[in-house]
Design a protein. Structure first.
Length: 137
């Protein structure tokens, strides 16, 4: 899932998420990272994330988009490790937004609250992108 980050160097907050929903598209990656200074990368199952801090040193905020079909044993540790490196790179958790995509109805029973067991996740902004129903299109 790619989130365009049109806010320059301003911070992203939950109110801005409403503007982002129309710009979300869905590649095959597990998660996408966007920063307010224009850095973007798509993580896959094989990606190493230890060097992410060096790419975000000029950013004021970070958005992480996650495909909910990958939630569970693989993504939860990945998010925790990723957040550790982002925070080590100088971004406070209040300026990190995690967007969860529920595009596939087979994965609509995601319990996002189960992710909030980590103290870093407790302070991040968590959002769920719901797919439009056919009647709303």
């Amino acid at each position: 899932m790619v989130v365009e980050f049109p806010y320059g160097d301003s911070s992203l907050d939950l109110a801005d998420y409403e503007d982002l929903k129309s710009e979300i598209v869905y590649p095959t990656g597990v998660a996408t990272i966007d920063t307010s200074d224009g850095f973007q990368t798509i993580l896959s199952k094989q990606d190493r994330i230890r060097n992410i801090g060096q790419f975000i040193h000029d950013a004021k905020s970070v958005a992480i988009s996650v495909e909910t079909r990958y939630l569970g044993s693989m993504v939860e540790p990945m998010l925790t490790e990723l957040l550790n490196h982002i925070v080590a790179g100088g971004i406070s958790t209040e300026n990190i937004t995690i967007l969860f995509n529920k595009q596939d109805k087979n994965y609509s029973q995601v319990d996002v609250s189960s992710l909030q067991t980590d103290s870093l996740l407790d302070n991040c902004n968590l959002c769920i992108h719901e797919p439009l129903e056919n009647s709303q299109v």
